[in-house]
Structures are given as C-alpha cells and as structure tokens.
Design a protein around this ligand. Structure first.
Ligand code: CA
Length: 431
C-alpha cells in the first residue's frame, strides 16, 4: 500500500501515482513558451505544473536564512545553489513544501505564477562541467562481456574497481531534443578498408545520472562515509551508442565517437532528499569479494541502495502514423542492476585526488536487470542484432531506425511511501 500524499493546493499533484507530488519537488530550468524574451528560470515541478523559483522572493516573504539560496536562483546560478550544504537544501525544501501545501498562506500569490509544463520548454537543469560514464551495471557488463569474451565475461578488475571513462559534456541534451544518426568509421567484414557511413547499429543505454553538488578540492579524496554530502540528485540518462563504430574504434582506448555525439537526460533533478524514503541496504552477493576498505563502510551497507524502477518504451514512425502509443519493451530496477553504490562511485572517482565540481554528471552504466527481459540495451535484447524484437503491430527491430522515439521513465515506489517519478527522457532519431 502506498501512503497518501500530504497534499498540495495544486490539484494535479494530488493525483495518485503522479510523478511530481509535493513529496518530490525536483529542480529544472525552463522558459515559458508565451514569454517573448524566452528568459530562463529555475523551477520545481509540482503535479503537471512548475513553480518558478527565479524572482519568487520578490513576491513573498522569505526567511533570512534562505535569502542567499533565493538570490542564487534569481541569478540562475543553479550550480552554486547545488553546491550549498545538505542542511541548507533541506531547509529550502521544507520552505517549498510549506508554500505548496494545502494550507499554504501564499496560495493566492502563487496560483497566478505557476505554469503548466506543456506551456514550458525545458533546458538542461544546470551547467554540466564534466561527464563521466561508469560501467556499474554488472548484468550489462556480463552480457556484453559474454559476447566478446565467452570464456571470461567480466574482466578481473570488474569486481574491484568501479570501471568508467570520461565522456563529453558538450553533447548532453535534455529530453525532447532530437538526435541525428551519427556517421562514422566501421569495420568491413571482409578485411578490406573500413567504411565511413551512417551507423547501422544505433542503440540506447538505460542509465541513471548522478549530479554532484558540493565540490572537493583537487588532491583531496572523498571518504565513502562523506560521499553523499557531494550527491545532489539524479536524473534518467540515455547513453546513445553506435555499436558498429564502437566495435571498430574502441580498442585499445575505449569509447570515443561511438558515444560522444549525444547523451540525453531527463530535465528534472530528483534530489537526494526526495529519494531518502526509498533507501535500502547495499549488499554484495557472497560470490563476489567485499570492496577494498576505502570503498566499504557500515553506513553504505545499511543505506547505500536506492530502489528506483526503470522502463523503456519505443514508438516507431509506423506507430505514430497509426496513432498507436509507445510500447513498453523492458523494465528494470536500479538496486538490482548496479554493482556499486552512489557513494562508492563518488569516492572512487575522487580517490586519486580528482576534483569533482557542482553540476558534474556521472552515468551509472547500463542498468540491465538479472533476467533476459530486463536488459537496458538493444545489443543485449536482440543478442547483437541476431534476434530482432517484434512489436505488437508486427514491426521488428534489431537496432534503432530513423523516426523511432525512445522513451525512458523512472519512478520510486515502495510500501508505505508516496510514489515519486523522474518524468521521462524522450528522444527521436532523425536521419
Ligand atoms: Ca554507458
């Protein structure tokens, strides 16, 4: 049984199973479509609406201890807002809850300024200085490794190191922005020189993104028990992958042009505070060694996991023409898919003294569940393209085709808690 929401004066926030009840309050950056200046604002999602936070303190009384936070949002300094302490974020969030709760004394002032999400264009939620993509999804690592190295699917380092690579932040785009099918070098099967052509094996990767809040100084590692002080919140992430380009270029230095043409994210950052009710123990299965001491702590074992449910939908061009809805093809769950906790990923990243900055984004890696039906890429779902999937109306896919829209959704739902959602990460492939 899910708990009942504490309730908001925004009616759509009280609808059961909505993504953005008052218990969520994720941050995003938008502009109102009717605004001819297209001026960006920071806001929080509430039901199917947005409460703008930028310039809000000019309309209502804000307590002295929150003035600094509101000034940062007035100046669109989202990254600096993300870098304030967790305690300040907590107090700010409690104030927002008061503003939006059923008994809010500010309802008459706020009601005229909230805007419907369909009347807003969403942007990236913050500046993203650096992007790292981990490979923490062990089932994905095992499935892909089995195709490449059947005798040893997981490399010996996998069970000891949170494996990752530095990605590219310039090509990160919010949900709703189309991508063009990338062109690149692919190997010829007959030993001839490679081709330079549009990818024929375009794929998605179902991931979550972790946003850094508080920075660490270069040269100063982050202890595992302090790592979550640097964890601001999460989004859904699609690590677009051109498998034919990847297979040719990745040896010996790893992902490059097969990955950096685009990474899509959902536009709302669900905060660490909103995720707190969905914490669960982080446990390492007995058949794997316990992490080295710098990645291990009792607190991480007790609370390091978060239950986040994930879904993949595809809507092909033909489905759109026939006005058929997107078809759900896969479900998965974060805590069953990841080999490493968020705290461990942050700690490992900074363990050599690497400095993390507010707004830095870390992909978890593809979050495939333990069964063949829960896999987070077409590479796994179609076994390298050999076993195409078939949609309800009879169409088949080995990899993505032009006109396909890929939609990822995520939500947290557990007994006794109000369900919260991440919204969606939706992207259409153009030719
Ligand atoms: Ca990836």
């Amino acid at each position: 049984m899910s708990q009942q929401t504490i309730g908001s004066w925004v009616p759509s926030a009280n609808i059961e199973l909505c993504d953005f009840p008052i218990e969520n309050l994720p941050y995003g950056c938008f502009h109102a479509l009717q605004d001819p200046t297209a001026r960006k604002k920071i806001g929080v999602a509430i039901g199917s609406s947005i409460l703008p936070l930028t310039n809000l303190s000019k309309l209502i009384d804000v307590p002295a201890h929150l003035k600094n936070s509101f000034e940062l949002l007035d100046d669109l300094k989202m990254n600096e807002f993300m870098a304030i302490s967790h305690h300040e974020h907590f107090l700010f969030r409690e104030f927002l809850k008061d503003l939006l709760s059923k008994n809010s004394k500010n309802k008459t002032i706020l009601e005229p300024i909230i805007i419907h999400q369909s009347d807003a264009k969403m942007h990236l939620p913050c500046a993203i200085p650096d992007f790292t993509d981990f490979y923490a999804g062990i089932n994905h690592a095992f499935n892909v490794g089995s195709m490449l190295r059947p005798d040893q699917p997981l490399a010996p380092n996998y069970q000891w190191i949170p494996v990752g690579y530095h990605g590219r932040s310039s090509s990160i785009i919010p949900s709703g922005v189309d991508i063009k099918r990338p062109i690149g070098q692919t190997r010829a099967s007959d030993g001839k020189p490679p081709y330079f052509q549009p990818t024929r094996r375009l794929d998605y990767e179902l991931e979550l993104g972790i946003f850094i809040g508080k920075s660490n100084q270069q040269g100063t590692p982050i202890l595992v028990d302090e790592a979550e002080e640097h964890f601001f919140g999460m989004c859904i992430l699609n690590d677009w992958s051109a498998r034919d380009i990847q297979a040719w270029e990745a040896m010996p230095l790893g992902p490059f042009l097969a990955k950096n043409f685009a990474t899509s994210i959902s536009p709302w950052i669900v905060t660490r505070h909103a995720l707190e009710p969905f914490r669960k123990p982080w446990l390492r299965a007995d058949n794997y060694p316990q992490p080295l001491a710098y990645l291990n702590s009792l607190n991480n074992e007790l609370h390091g996991g978060i239950e986040i449910h994930l879904e993949i939908y595809i809507q092909t061009e033909m489905m759109k023409e026939k006005q058929l809805p997107a078809e759900r093809i896969v479900t998965s769950e974060f805590s069953k898919a990841t080999f490493w906790s968020i705290a461990q990923l942050i700690t490992h990243h900074a363990s050599n003294g690497c400095n993390l900055n507010a707004g830095d984004l870390m992909g978890t890696g593809t979050l495939s569940g333990p069964t063949a039906e829960e896999v987070g890429s077409l590479l796994e779902l179609t076994r390298g393209g050999k076993e195409p999937i078939e949609f309800g109306q009879g169409e088949k896919r080995s990899f993505l085709e032009n006109g396909d829209t890929v939609i990822f959704k995520a939500y947290c739902q557990t007994a006794g808690q109000v369900r919260i959602g991440f919204g969606e990460c939706s992207t259409t492939i153009l030719g």
